[in-house]
Design a protein around this ligand. Structure first.
Ligand code: ZN
Length: 353
């Protein structure tokens, strides 16, 4: 079985929503959701980025929004900015869950701070976790909290999850629509990029709009990374990357993780699970054409999105690799997509420190 390193999951959000249930969610498996420790081990899930996400008080997944996303075209308004005093306790709770996951796993899951840590996990058959923050709401304008979160293990940060932050603007969810939806980074956002570079915290472009993407591309000295986004030319969602953006990522020796969410895969943009391998293969072919074999991986969005029924939860990873193999990808390419490219990107981003 080929081990898989994954660019994005939201299992911490499931725990935030049901903290009393976390042992069932993580250790036993609830019989629902995309991820749990036993299924991850059985499917070859070897490591990944675990997202700390701040839910908005107003429901983004309201019935009306859900219905709109099943029936494109749509353009949804974004929730309001969340203030840092409201976000910090949520971030603390999510980090607490992540640390508990390591402790409760009995050596089966370990947090990683470097590429070497992740390589050691792979060698030992331990699942490696990287702490990612999806939206910088819990960080103050003076960036003091960024240093604190880095000391806690934070190694990857999205300046915005779609809703605005004091650092910049994300993309609203729309189809069909360009990702060029508004202003980019604020002055604080530009300082955030430079400080992330100094701390070797990876900056995730996945939820930024095009102006914010351009600002990071101009300022950052690190490889450019979109952990869970697809090709805009195959699915015209605001969350996907145009060919121009893909060329900029390629030239920075960066990376894109393929998002399994049907809404970012399907040509019609519809958020419905009745989706086969066709869209997955189209995006993969396009990303590899645009970025090269060494700059594409997976960024599942497990536990954060509606998956194609052919992939479903983490147990679908071996089926995904089979589908790519049947499509003509050789073992060398499959190993790159599954884990080698993420490991090499970690080398380029985190350095050897
Ligand atoms: Zn996301």
């Amino acid at each position: 079985m080929i081990p898989v390193i994954d660019g994005h999951n939201d299992i911490l959000l499931r725990m935030l929503n049901a903290p009393a249930n976390r042992a069932a969610i993580w250790l036993a498996g609830e019989g629902k959701g995309d991820l749990d420790l036993p299924r991850m081990q059985a499917a070859g899930f070897a490591g990944g980025f675990f997202a700390i996400y701040m839910p908005s008080p107003e429901a983004h997944d309201s019935a009306a929004n859900q219905l709109a996303m099943q029936n494109p075209p749509f353009a949804l308004p974004l929730p309001y900015l969340i203030n840092q005093p409201d976000a910090v306790p949520v971030a603390m709770a999510a980090i607490g869950h992540l640390l508990w996951m390591e402790r409760a796993s009995g050596g089966r899951f370990r947090l990683c701070h470097t590429a070497a840590d992740m390589r050691a996990c792979l060698a030992e058959g331990v699942i490696g976790g990287i702490m990612h923050m999806e939206g910088a709401e819990a960080i103050d304008e003076g960036l003091d909290a960024l240093h604190v979160f880095h000391a806690m293990g934070l190694r990857s940060l999205g300046p915005a999850w779609s809703r605005p932050t004091i650092f910049g603007h994300g993309v609203p969810f729309g189809f069909p629509m360009s990702p060029d939806t508004g202003p980019g980074l604020t002055d604080a956002g530009k300082r955030l990029v430079k400080t992330c570079n100094q701390l070797k915290i990876m900056i995730d472009l996945s939820h930024l709009n095009e102006a914010g993407f351009n600002d990071v591309a101009k300022l950052s000295d690190a490889p450019l990374v979109a952990t869970h986004s697809n090709a805009h030319t195959c699915c015209a969602s605001t969350r996907n990357l145009t060919d121009r953006q893909l060329a900029i990522i390629r030239d920075s020796d960066g990376m894109v993780g393929l998002n399994f969410a049907v809404a970012f895969l399907r040509e019609d943009g519809a958020k419905i699970p009745q989706t086969g391998w066709g869209p997955v293969l189209r995006h993969m072919d396009h990303l590899i054409n645009a970025l090269g074999e060494d700059r594409v991986g997976f960024g599942s969005d497990y536990d954060g999105a509606v998956m194609p029924e052919v992939i479903d939860g983490v147990s679908g990873l071996p089926h995904l690799l089979d589908a790519l193999r049947d499509h003509g990808y050789d073992e060398s390419l499959l190993n790159k997509l599954a884990h080698r490219n993420w490991l090499a990107l970690m080398d380029r981003t985190f350095g050897s420190a």
